[in-house]
Design a protein around this ligand. Structure first.
Ligand code: CA
Length: 228
């Protein structure tokens, strides 16, 4: 048997904590639990895990501060849970170094899919498949080509930058700031209007129905997600 994937859950809601533990253990994950931020950080410092599931609303330390503290010494993937409907805390969490977020209530299947995406990202940053197929188009990362209906699609340098960044991170939320920094450069980190315009162009060129995209999904207020 291969080593089980180890997950640290930091969550103060007792019912949620139990439900997560039972469901993840049933799927073969090894689960550690902490009911507050200080305990969670202490456990992580003593016993590294493969993934952290972190509730943002904790009784002692704000979840965003837990991430900031953790990121000083660890690059472990962090999946944030938030009960709040407001967006500010999720944006703060992503900026502080969280990898993705889920808003409560969420289905266990959605949680598992996000966990897999976070773990895949952590393991395969350098080794993602050179050719990615969707039902609408194919992206050849090695040869920097986009193909639709058997024909090459011309993408500008910036359009390609967006496509490549998203396609290399399937199912994973990429924030607007991450995309702008990656494709345009750090000076453009707040130029979100560029992103909207270029994303529209990318969809026109690649999506079967650009006004109803299936693969380049907008997560309003947060960023974008490529769904293969
Ligand atoms: Ca809570």
């Amino acid at each position: 048997m291969s080593n089980p994937v180890r997950v640290q859950i930091i969550e103060d809601d007792d019912g949620m904590l139990r439900a997560l533990r039972v469901n993840l253990q049933a799927r073969g994950y090894e689960v550690e639990v902490a009911a507050d931020g200080a305990t969670g950080i202490t456990m992580l410092s003593r016993n590294p895990v493969d993934l952290v599931i972190l509730d943002l609303g904790l009784p002692d330390i704000d979840g965003v501060d837990v991430i900031t503290g953790l990121r000083a010494w660890s690059s472990v993937p962090v999946l944030v849970l938030s009960a709040r409907q407001g967006d500010a805390d999720k944006v703060q969490a992503l900026d502080a170094g969280a990898d993705d977020y889920l808003t409560k209530p969420f289905s266990i299947e959605e949680l598992l899919a996000r966990m897999r995406a976070c773990l895949r990202r952590a393991i395969t940053v350098e080794t993602s498949a050179p050719i990615v197929h969707t039902e609408a188009f194919t992206i050849d990362l090695q040869h920097m080509k986009a193909i639709r209906a058997g024909a090459d699609v011309h993408l500008t340098r910036l359009e390609w930058g967006i496509v490549e960044t998203l396609v290399r991170n399937p199912d994973r939320l990429i924030t607007g700031r991450q995309l702008l920094t990656q494709v345009w450069g750090p000076a453009y980190v707040d130029a979100t209007h560029y992103l909207r315009v270029y994303m529209m162009q990318v969809r026109k060129k690649l999506e079967a129905d650009p006004s109803n995209p299936r693969h380049f999904i907008t997560e309003a207020g947060f960023g974008y997600r490529f769904v293969p």
